[in-house]
Design a protein around this ligand. Structure first.
Ligand code: C2O
Ligand code: CU
Length: 526
């Protein structure tokens, strides 16, 4: 008895009401009506249950959490309190921490005035817990609840956020740390560092900003002229949205979070970029950083002065504190001429002005090719069974962003079969960079020259600089591939990756619409 929760049953009627489809026939017909074609594996399908069973060890420890999304006042420091939406009244939401192989059981309650879901970013979890509305679950209506339960198989730094609308650009995010029971522990203490761009409650509301972008307006025109202070600026257009503030762990730079340390200590920082529209250039004054993990997975350690971290990426770095003092940890909003700041304090001293720009910011910067997956997590050599090109486009009239020429719902799902090795070739035809994310899997980036790069779930794709990734399709279900700029995502920059099977679905599976609709409706539905 493995104690795997049975696949939940869903009401077809309620789903169709949500999706706005007129009849079941409509949904199924869109998958190809010959009846001979391979069928998408439903989110609640037998393959999904079997994959979870394989992950779950008998006697696995179950960790219970309760998560409440609700309107709240966030104290950003310096007397600034803003109205927003968050988890458990905290910003960021309280960290969830488990050990690899343990089961996360989170009772979620939605006290927001809008329907929402939770997505567990980066975790290879069972498909029906992935939080994509209309695809892996129904939205959680206001006052509704949902019980998330899944095995967390791989250690690492992850996070959680909603997968509906622009909820992520409010205060709805929290770290999810999966400890490694075999962690060599070559550090004295660790801190989680969450970066964010902030407008909710002080500047333009996220939904209004998106309306402006769709109407061809937008507050970011001046940024576009500037181009930023750095020659290799990632974000030469300055992003799409103007943010009055940038935060580290919910604090504005004038009232920064402080991390205590002692001279000579080795500190592990788990850096998470929870921003919707902002990549950050990160450096710790007076120190170099040794990068040990990318998106949760270990890399061959590499020491740098600074690094760029795009939306949804995570880097774990180790720093040896070089003296007694006050060291600003800077996160410069790339090409936005503004910053987030925290303080590493190992001695007495005043907090510096946030205008400080330590020289490390212009020192040795982490490059994609510097990152190589640690031996223990490297994909075995192999040739892809299937290669898909994903062309990134759009951003013009109407703020429509596309993958393979069409916005989500109109573009064709990528079909994969369980066990195949898949290669994705990203090609960016736009003038902006896009952090591309795959749900439910950790791919391996292919470095220039073909070498094994880092294992990641989100990778920066710059204009005119193709990026290829490979992974083994070992987690059946229906998964999203999308840009993690929340505004681009809402502009349509998403695609479905659909596991298919030749077997006949059971009647229970047929009765569950989740994972069966090919022309997914936008997750903004509801
Ligand atoms: Cu953080 Cu669909 O992703
Ligand atoms: Cu994008």
């Amino acid at each position: 008895m493995l104690g795997v929760v049975p696949a939940p049953s869903y009401s077809r009627r309620r789903f169709l009401a949500l999706a706005g489809a007129g009849s079941a026939g409509l949904a199924l017909a869109s998958c190809g009506s010959s009846g001979k074609k391979a069928t998408p594996v439903p989110a609640t399908g037998a393959e999904v249950v079997a994959a979870e069973q394989a992950r779950r060890r008998s006697g696995a420890v179950v960790r219970d959490f309760s998560l409440v999304a609700a309107p709240m006042m966030a104290d950003l420091g310096g007397g600034l309190n803003v109205a927003t939406w968050g988890y458990g009244g905290r910003l960021p939401g309280s960290e969830l921490r488990v050990k690899a192989g343990e089961v996360v059981r989170a009772k979620f309650t939605n006290q927001l005035p809008e329907a929402t879901t939770i997505h567990w970013h980066g975790i290879s979890l069972r498909n029906d817990m992935d939080g994509v509305p209309g695809m892996t679950q129904e939205v959680v209506a206001p006052h509704g609840t949902f019980d998330y339960e899944f095995t967390a198989p791989d250690p690492g730094t992850y996070w959680l956020h909603p997968h509906v609308g622009l909820h992520l650009d409010r205060g709805l995010y929290a770290p999810l740390i999966v400890d490694d029971p075999a962690e060599p522990g070559r550090y004295d203490r660790e801190y989680v560092v969450v970066l964010d761009d902030w407008t909710d409650g002080i500047g333009q509301a996220p939904d209004a900003a998106l309306e402006d972008l769709k109407a061809g307006r937008g507050p970011h025109a001046e940024h576009r002229k500037g181009g930023g202070p750095h020659s290799d600026a990632l974000n030469s257009a300055g992003g799409d949205v103007s943010y009055p503030l940038f935060l580290i762990n919910g604090r504005q730079p004038g009232a920064p979070a402080e991390f205590e340390a002692r001279k000579g200590e080795r500190i592990r920082f788990r850096i998470i970029n929870a921003a919707a529209d902002t990549p950050f250039r990160v450096a710790l004054a007076g120190h170099q950083m040794t990068v040990t993990h990318a998106d949760g997975f270990p890399v061959v350690p590499v020491t740098v002065d600074t690094m760029m971290i795009a939306m949804a990426e995570r880097y774990d770095v180790t720093v040896t504190i070089g003296g007694d003092g006050v060291f600003p940890l800077m996160a410069i909003a790339e090409a936005k001429a503004d910053e987030a700041m925290a303080i590493v304090r190992s001695g007495a001293g005043a907090v510096p002005d946030s205008g400080v720009r330590p020289p490390e910011l212009n020192g040795k910067m982490l490059q994609r090719a510097d990152l190589v997956a640690a031996e223990s997590v490297r994909l075995p050599e192999g040739r892809p069974d299937r290669t898909y090109k994903i062309a990134l486009g759009g951003g013009g009239d109407g703020y429509i962003w596309t993958l393979n020429g069409k916005p989500h719902g109109k573009n064709k799902p990528l079909e994969v079969r369980q066990g195949e090795r898949i290669r994705l070739d990203f090609e960016n035809t736009t003038t902006m960079f896009h952090p591309m994310h795959l749900h439910g899997h950790t791919f391996q980036v292919i470095n220039p020259g073909g070498g094994a790069g880092a294992r990641k779930d989100t990778t920066i794709v710059r204009p005119k600089e193709p990026v290829s990734v490979e992974f083994v399709a070992d987690n059946p279900g229906q998964w999203m591939v999308h840009c993690h700029n929340n505004y681009h995502q809402m502009g349509g920059m998403m695609l479905t990756m659909s596991y298919v099977t030749d077997r006949a679905l059971t009647s229970a599976e047929r009765a569950s619409p989740l994972g069966l609709v090919c022309d997914w409706l936008s997750p903004t539905v509801g």
